[in-house]
Each structure stands twice: as structure tokens, then as C-alpha cells.
Design a binder for this molecule. Structure first.
Ligand SMILES: [Zn+2]
Length: 75
């Protein structure tokens, strides 16, 4: 079983599908059973979708720092 920390460290690669298939499967399983990781996965995915859909959209400065604060709080 992968740890929460391991999942969170690989979340952006997971969302980009830029990840080893075996690890991807492990993260998928983890997200189904771990609410805090699944909430963070949802938030990060929405941000990345907005960022890729809107070329003019800029992620507010400090967003990634806040995201890491949230991740730290949950670990
Ligand atoms: Zn977790």
C-alpha cells in the first residue's frame, strides 16, 4: 500500500498520466480508500483543468504554496 505522502508527491504526474502504470493503479486504489487524498486530488485536478483550458488564465501567485500548506496540514 502506498503512503499518503507518496500519493501526494505523485499527484500532478498522476493527473497528467505521466506515471508508471503500476504506480498509477496503486494511487487509484489509494484514492478510493483515502478521503483526504481524494479531496486533494479533486482540488488539484480542477486547478490543472482550468489552467489547461484557459490559455489566458493564470494560476494566482501563491496558489502552489497554499496547496503545499494544505498538503502539509493533512499529512
Ligand atoms: Zn491518503
Amino acid at each position: 500500500m502506498v503512503s499518503c505522502e507518496h500519493v501526494l508527491n505523485n499527484l500532478s504526474n498522476f493527473i497528467d498520466a505521466d506515471i508508471d502504470p503500476a504506480l498509477r493503479a496503486e494511487i487509484e486504489t489509494h484514492l478510493k480508500t483515502c478521503r483526504r487524498c481524494s479531496v486533494l486530488h479533486d482540488s488539484l485536478r480542477k486547478v490543472l483543468i482550468i489552467a489547461s483550458d484557459e490559455r489566458t488564465f493564470e494560476i494566482p501567485s501563491g496558489y502552489s504554496e497554499r496547496l503545499h500548506d494544505v498538503i502539509d496540514e493533512h499529512l
